[in-house]
Ligand binder design. Structure first.
Ligand SMILES: C[S@@+](CC[C@H](N)C(=O)[O-])C[C@H]1O[C@@H](n2cnc3c(N)ncnc32)[C@H](O)[C@@H]1O
Length: 453
């Protein structure tokens, strides 16, 4: 049988070894890594000020007394945001100094093992050295078990099955493992070797969808993950799991949209990566318009900011999906809230929608402060529409608590609606497909009867 040492090999003079030391347990080192930790002339490692250094701590049981070590101590880590110019300047300088120190040793013909937590080529400082030294000196990479393998091993959770897609992202060391998305790590492909973080602030206006995290789009999740700051109405901020999104949070009350928008813009202008969130879609009776209203009359510098919108599934679509296809033909959406427009305007639009025979989706049908609007809207619609027009009350659409009431306009009871309800009023063609012992489907045919071929 070949001995361990013969398999693991030894270190060569003047060579830099990037030694992956795995996720945190010395027993998970490869034979090659363990041998080099004992054999190299100089054991180098990165460490935060005042701490031993994670990678160095992992190999401690293998390091005997009197070893020559090179401690490369970061001038800053999390005291300053990575996008801050001070951080970038100090870190860039630190990497240059580290390269000088390593080069000096290699030039003297010493073998140097630079420890890397997990794998040397998977997020980490080693790559900053590799990028600068590759080509000037021989470099050998010793792969390691990555931290993410450690996570799913410790969680005893198989991570990918069948056709699952695995991707990963590096920002904030976050492992994104959402319920229903097991096996999906987001890998954002950021240049691991640049050492320079993004400089300017940005604002992304993100739709969270109707509630469950499964209905958050992957693009919206990635936008949240990439942010440094989350801004929003407290109910929506609370929906974002802290276990997955560890960003700074700025929650505010329901009625302060413009102030919230200004706050988000100011944070972005200071250089932060801000995500401002809305339930459903941010462009539907929500924060996207508030942000642009704030920009229109606000600080001219806000117009130059990098601003982006990530759409979400709006309540109307989630509600329609609960019942069939009520929005299958022309439809319109009207908010019954008269906080930002007059009741006369709402009545005019309802009348026009009824006369145009649109399917009508009513957002904000009722609240404690506005208990009577929906009753008044039904009365107005009864003047134009058939008493048999289908009316749907869909509460908490798209969530496990969703509740649907189907009725007709003549019998529609406004008391069935609250702040979490979306009301859909069918057009003349909207109809039911009955089913045995089950709620009928509701749908609106795409074609008018007269043009059906
Ligand atoms: C201020 S609007 C915000 C709409 C949101 N931006 C969207 O796209 O869904 C709030 C209204 O949306 C409707 N709504 C939001 N989420 C809902 C859900 N899950 N089920 C039913 N209605 C919902 C309700 O009518 C509520 O009063």
């Amino acid at each position: 049988m070949t001995g361990f040492d013969a398999i693991a090999g030894t270190a060569c003079a003047g060579t830099l070894y990037g030694i992956g030391v795995g996720p945190g347990d010395v027993r998970y080192l490869t034979l090659r890594a363990a041998a080099l930790v004992r054999d190299v002339d100089v054991l180098a490692f990165f460490a935060k000020r005042g701490l031993q250094g994670n990678a160095r701590g992992i190999v401690d049981p293998l390091v005997g007394p009197g070893r020559t070590e090179l401690r490369l101590e970061y001038p800053v880590t999390d005291e300053v945001p990575p996008e801050h110019p001070t951080y970038q300047k100090e870190i860039a300088h630190f990497y240059e100094e580290s390269v000088v120190a390593l080069s000096e040793l290699l030039r003297q013909g010493k073998s140097v093992g630079l420890l890397a937590e997990g794998d040397p080529f998977f997020y980490g400082s080693f790559m900053h050295m590799w990028r600068r030294l590759n080509g000037d000196f021989p470099i050998e990479i010793v792969p390691g078990v990555t931290g993410m393998s450690g996570c799913w091993t410790r969680a005893n959770a198989p991570i990918t099955w069948g056709n699952d897609i695995l991707s990963a992202r590096g920002a904030d060391h976050a492992l994104v493992g959402m319920p229903g998305w097991q096996g999906s790590l987001l890998f954002d492909g950021a240049d691991p070797g640049s050492g320079e973080a993004a400089v300017s602030g940005s604002l992304v206006i993100v739709g969270l969808g109707p509630g469950p995290i499964e209905l958050l789009t992957p693009a919206a999740a990635a936008a949240l993950q990439a942010a440094t700051d989350l801004v929003g109405y407290e109910t929506y901020i609370d929906r974002i799991p802290k276990t997955i999104f560890s960003q700074r949070r700025h929650a505010s009350g329901n009625r302060v949209e413009i102030d919230r928008a200004r706050h988000a813009l100011a944070l972005a202008a200071e250089g932060n990566k801000v995500a401002i969130v809305s339930g459903g879609d941010p462009g539907v009776f929500a924060m996207a318009a508030a942000v642009f209203e704030a920009i229109e009359v606000g600080d001219p510098a806000w117009r130059e900011l990098d601003i982006r919108i990530e759409p979400g599934i709006t309540a109307m679509l989630a509600a329609a999906a609960e019942v069939g296809a009520p929005l299958g033909a022309d439809f319109c959406a009207i908010s019954l809230s008269d906080n930002l427009k007059s009741w006369q305007t709402i009545e005019r639009r309802l009348r026009a929608a009824a006369e145009g025979d649109f399917v009508i989706a009513l957002y904000n049908p009722a609240s404690r402060a506005r208990p009577r609007q929906l009753g008044r809207a039904f009365d107005l619609l009864r003047a134009t529409k058939s008493p048999e027009a289908i009316v749907l009350f869909v509460r908490s659409a798209g969530t496990s608590e969703s509740r649907v009431v189907m009725t007709v306009l003549a019998e529609a009871d406004p008391a069935l609606a609250d702040m979490r309800t979306l009301v859909i009023i069918g057009a003349a063609a909207t109809r039911l497909i009955s089913r045995n012992g089950r709620r009928p489907w509701v749908y609106t045919p795409r074609a008018e009867q007269a043009v059906v071929r």
